[in-house]
Design a protein around this ligand. Structure first.
Ligand code: UDX
Length: 437
């Protein structure tokens, strides 16, 4: 059985490496030559725990040439679906991948199953993808070429674990064979540990992905809104509130961590894309609009708290702990750190920043407008206030005395609720999202 994966971002590469690790013959295809060469040298082009080990163990080979997919039994399309200028989904990479794939499948003797793994708005698989494939291959989906959509729910930083241990597998197929073929492949992949499976229409599968991300994003914005209210109530603490709320079985404990908002390559873009998609259908998605609006404002709560403790921030040096959009990744796409730094700079602050993994990526965007520290301690040294933006483990270990010793003016804003407010308040000026004063 031969498998090709088109698009080697964290979803595509993780999918390819996990399949290859189970003995399938897998070829990765990407138009980025540098990325392909890096992977073929056995290295990962981005930080993703466990992936380098899998790559070393597996026989995954990568290429820039779509012809490599010509004799595949399965081809996964996992190219990016970024936001267009107005927030709507940009499907141009999906269209181009489907077109190029169709060209090489034109001469294939095998009935290939094409699997759309990219996040696409409902109607994309049975519309644009089917049309592009049929146009360039001259074949007919459902007869001599099979097609289905199989959204992923992988968290960056946990993508390998999530691939081997998904909560569920969702497959959408309108033609009858592609989805069943993919199910057979997954049966071999998961062996006895078969996850719950939903086999449904393509539009349902596509909507399930958006609905899942919308729910998770909504939980975060709602708990952040409650936290913002708690900020005004002396004695209130969102960490206690959310723990108790999460013990209600109907609500559950996950995705209730209040903080500075969600970032990353999925939630911000998918919520916006779903809003645009709904608007185009003549439906105004009011909850989604509010989810997005709360999230846009949430990073600035850290700046508000700093101003509350320090007054005018002009000329002050801010120590920013954490640049990645979340811990255990070097990804800074839509990271709240970028928004906070920009706002502080507009207010006349000098910025010192430190992140255990994302410094190189941050430099590409922030250039020399920021001083890059070599450690958390180096970042704190001589600064006037500190904002904890990403909850890396190594920041959790810093006690209040470290801040007091190193900072010129020990003022700490805990944007991710990693410190005990009582202990910190005893020793320095301290504020935290969702902690009333
Ligand atoms: C997410 C989804 O979890 C995944 O299923 C989907 O396929 C892609 O998008 P990811 O973006 O990798 O994955 O990260 P995730 O761990 O879900 O966190 C997203 C953002 O939400 C981060 O910025 C994180 O800091 C924030 N978050 C998460 C909170 O602010 N509070 C929480 O309780 C949980």
């Amino acid at each position: 059985m031969k498998i090709a994966v088109v698009g080697l971002g964290y979803v595509g590469l993780t999918t390819a490496a996990c399949l290859a690790s189970r003995g399938f013959k897998v070829t990765g295809i990407d138009i980025d030559r540098h990325k392909v060469e890096t992977i073929n040298e056995g290295k990962t082009p981005f930080k993703e725990p466990g992936l380098d080990k899998l790559l070393k163990r597996s026989r995954l080979r990568c290429s820039t040439d779509y012809a490599e997919a010509g004799d595949a039994d399965f081809v996964f399309i996992s190219v990016g679906t970024p936001a267009g200028p107005g927030g709507e989904i940009d499907l141009s990479y999906v269209a181009s991948a489907a077109h190029s794939l169709g060209e090489v499948l034109a001469n294939s003797k095998k009935p290939c199953t094409v699997v759309v793994r990219s996040t696409v708005v409902p109607g994309t698989t049975r519309g644009l993808v089917k049309n592009e494939l049929e146009k360039s291959s001259g074949k007919k989906v459902g007869e001599d070429l099979f097609l289905c959509v199989n959204p992923e729910f992988l968290r960056e930083g946990n993508a390998v674990h999530d691939t081997f241990n998904p909560d569920r597998i969702v497959i959408g197929d309108d033609w009858g064979r592609g989805g069943k073929n993919l199910l057979r492949l997954y049966r071999r992949f998961y062996r006895r540990r078969k996850p719950a499976t939903i086999l449904t229409s393509t539009v349902n599968a596509e909507m399930i992905k958006y609905a899942s991300n919308a729910f998770l994003a909504a939980r975060i914005s709602l708990i952040n809104e409650i936290a913002n209210i708690c900020n005004h109530i002396p004695g209130a603490d969102i960490t206690v509130v959310s723990k108790a709320v999460g013990l209600d079985k109907r609500i559950g404990p996950y995705f209730l961590n209040a903080g500075l908002g969600y970032g990353g390559s999925c939630f911000p873009k998918d919520v916006k894309a779903l809003i645009k998609y709904a608007e185009n259908l003549g439906e105004r998605p009011q909850v989604l609009e509010a989810v997005d609006r709360v999230n846009m404002g949430q990073p600035l709560k850290a700046v508000e708290l700093a101003e509350k403790l320090l007054g005018n921030l002009d000329g002050k040096t801010a120590a920013i702990l954490g640049l990645a959009f979340k811990p255990n990744t070097d990804d800074i796409r839509e990271a709240v750190s970028l928004k906070i730094i920009k706002t502080l700079q507009e207010k006349g602050c000098n910025i010192k920043a430190y992140d255990p993994a994302a410094m190189e990526n941050a430099k590409k965007i922030l250039g020399d407008s920021v001083i890059y520290a070599s450690s958390a301690e180096d970042c704190l040294r001589g600064s006037d206030f500190c904002i904890v933006v990403t909850e890396w483990g190594e920041f959790r270990r810093l006690g209040p005395d470290v801040f007091r010793k190193l900072m010129r003016n020990p003022v700490v804003i805990d944007g991710r609720r990693i410190y005990d407010p009582v202990k910190f308040r005893e020793k320095l000026k301290f504020a935290a999202v969702g902690f009333g004063s």
